[in-house]
Design a protein around this ligand. Sequence first.
Ligand code: NAD
Ligand code: UD1
Length: 339
Amino acid sequence: MSPTILVTGGAGFIGSHTCVALAAAGYAPLVLDNFCNSDVRVFERLARIIGSAPRFVEGDVRDRALLDRLFAEQPIAGVIHFAGLKSVGESVSDPLAYYDNNVHGSLVLAAAMEAASVHTLIFSSSATVYGATDRLPIGEGEALQPTNPYGHSKQMVEQALADLQRSDPRWRITLLRYFNPVGAHESGLIGEHPHGKPNNLMPYVSQVAVGLRDKLAVHGGDYPTPDGTGVRDYVHVMDLAEGHVAALRHAERQAGLATLNLGTGRGTSVLEVVKAFERASGRSIAYEIGPRRTGDVPSNWADPALAQATLGWRAQRGIDQMCADSWRWQQANPRGYES
Ligand code: NAD
Ligand code: UD1
């Protein structure tokens, strides 16, 4: 029998790719999602990749009665908790929505797990908890100083889960701090499709390449970086997905709390991403260098050594593959799952 893993937010970008990695590793993902930022048609695509669609329940992670029912009825061995809101700008204009969904949602989930004696939890945190730091690469011991409500919500959940683990050594909790997840499954069947105008670089670049947008606005060309544009640690979403499987395996071996960066350890500038996407797509990407975006740091990339030592996990895919896979998805699905 494949162990059942409850995947909250499993219909979303990282969650859907993690369902693929879980199935490949012999786990049975059970998705709980309210579809506030995803599309139910992802399950038809997952069925084509995996061979059968993962089971899913439409519902909210803040619904304690629903969670109690799920834990009572299903033999859930562990939980991967992706469900949450993730837009920095929206979190500034509507902080309560972020504290409610991200913090309250995580607390309701942890309480339901405790009641059901399910003690394995992997939580989606973010490199955004580090805020602005000029010490690179960024190690897990770096001070946490998030600069917006989204980042604060992630830090609060990290703190609550660390305290929970200290209160009861049966807990096996992994806090994964993702750097910049991009790319898509190599089949081109699943990927990221932000609603409206993308905030993040890679979806914007791929929408320019496919002709949905005229040109990329490069947010700043005067940073202290080799070409003046911002440098980030882009990590392929399938590498991230496999990182979650590695974290589950680790939790099976060892109780405790692990806090780990998931990144490649390599920085890539905005213009290097543009060039890599041009190579992958064979299209030219129009861009214009404009002012800096408020809140951006010049450079950030991970020290991924602890994840490698703890999980035996290391990102395998480079920027060219990230762009090639994003492009395959974008070209085949210019309007996401509506295509
Ligand atoms: P996503 O929006 O594609 O996926 C989140 C999923 O959760 C969606 O399917 C959404 O419908 C669902 N959801 C949201 N609130 C819910 C609720 N209350 N109950 C049930 N389902 C709910 O986002 P993603 O990029 O896949 O991110 C997944 C997680 O990783 C999030 O917690 C996010 O904060 C974190 N993260 C993402 C990034 C990134 O750049 N994508 C970086 C760092 C951390
Ligand atoms: C953003 C979020 C961060 C989140 C991360 C997830 C902000 C301030 N930070 O980080 O909290 O964890 O996404 O991936 O929103 N860029 C352009 N033009 C664009 C879009 C981006 O030049 O249209 C540049 C940015 O200035 C940056 C780089 O591309 O240098 C990457 O930007 P983005 O994809 O938004 O990620 P982050 O800024 O790292």
